[in-house]
Ligand binder design. Structure first.
Ligand code: PMP
Length: 352
């Protein structure tokens, strides 16, 4: 606490990201990064962009990236917003679409940045409890609200909800914006992107951080009706005109173009995930049907917190949330095959 802080700074409860430890070399399965490097074409594009033009500001509108994404998704450029990671896109969305007066709805177990944004922007919210099995209670979102946001698949549970269910929510909430945070959609689910032309209140948010191996580049984007995109642009242009730098823009464009690399790495992660789930079940772990690049696991005999510590001692870092309802679960990002083999080996030793 400092006397120099504004009331805003003093009052916020900032998000705590997963550790990025430097003390020893860990197998890092705690922040849902991609174990594979970015595409070689992406690295080449970034190197090529690292030239004298860095003395100039980047394109404030990210036109080339928007055009590339528009062609990829079969949408108009005006239906696309790009930002500095999807966290920024989400923060702008809270400002652009939600008001303090009417509470927004999101699940009680979900991405922990939502309550942080809600408090920062003084937007009321109501937590919708997930079902016992962590599935989304769709019917509880069919009531008056100030807006809705949830990840699909959800984080950290990995549960995916069908597009029919999402359409149901959209139809019942046509006066308010429904944001579907698709950070993990490329690992098995079907994107709500194909509903964007049908529902002017739908905003789909995605990221290059997971399925495109570019967490370090900070690129996210939103797809939606051009009126929603204009709302986001109004907020962005009231905060920072140049949210994406030249290197990020160049790398992101190439990432979308290198479809073959995207498909190969994404499939590899799905295969590893499904293999790991089968192996974990053999030693007594319970896991849901993950459609993401992480799994959410629990074991009937050993407490999750104890497992977390034991794994950490063996230089394997996973994510543990000391939070009601999920404090006996671990979220484990899917690493490379050798990393996951080591993870399984250590777990087998611990379980005995
Ligand atoms: N949404 C969800 C559900 C996430 O788990 C994450 C990653 N922490 C993000 C959004 C943000 O990702 P980024 O800012 O790297 O695009």
């Amino acid at each position: 606490m400092s006397k120099y802080w504004s009331k805003l700074a003093a009052g916020v409860e900032p998000y705590v990201p997963g550790e990025q430890p430097k003390d020893k070399k860990y197998i890092k399965l705690n922040t849902n990064e991609n174990p594979y490097p970015p595409s070689a074409r992406v690295l080449e594009a970034i190197r090529a962009a690292a030239n004298e033009s860095l003395k100039l500001y980047p394109d404030p509108n990210g036109e080339e990236l928007k055009n590339t994404l528009a062609a990829y998704y079969g949408l108009k450029k005006e239906q696309i917003f790009v930002g500095n990671g999807s966290d920024e896109v989400l923060a702008f969305s809270f400002m652009a679409f939600f008001d303090p007066e009417q509470p927004i709805l999101f699940p009680d177990i979900t991405y922990s940045f939502y309550p942080v944004y809600a408090r920062l922007f003084q937007i009321g919210y109501e937590l919708i409890p997930l079902n016992e099995d962590f599935t989304l209670p769709v019917e509880r979102f069919l009531k008056p609200n100030g807006g809705i946001i949830f990840p699909n698949p959800n984080a950290p549970t990995g549960e995916y909800v069908s597009l029919e269910a999402i359409e149901n929510i959209l139809r019942h909430n046509q006066e308010k914006v429904v944001i579907i945070d698709e950070a993990y959609i490329d690992f098995g689910g079907e994107s709500a992107q194909r509903l964007v032309d049908k529902y002017p209140n739908l905003l789909v948010v995605q990221t290059f951080s997971k399925s495109r191996s570019l967490a370090g580049l900070r690129v996210g984007f939103a797809l939606g009706h051009c009126d929603l995109i204009q709302g986001l642009e109004r907020i962005k242009n009231s905060i920072n005109s140049y949210t994406l730098d030249r290197l990020a823009l160049a790398g992101a464009v190439e990432a979308v173009k290198d479809e073959a690399y995207f498909q190969t790495t994404r499939r590899r992660i799905i295969e590893t995930r499904d293999r790991v789930i089968a192996e974990l079940q053999k030693i007594g772990f319970k896991t849901g049907p993950s459609q993401t690049n992480f799994i959410f696991i629990t074991h009937p005999q050993i407490k999750a917190e104890e497992l977390f510590e034991k794994l950490k001692n063996e230089a394997i870092l996973v994510r543990y949330f000391k939070q009601p309802k999920i404090d006996n679960y671990l979220r484990v990002s899917i690493g490379s095959d050798p990393e996951m083999d080591r993870f399984l080996e250590v777990l087998r030793k611990i379980i005995g």
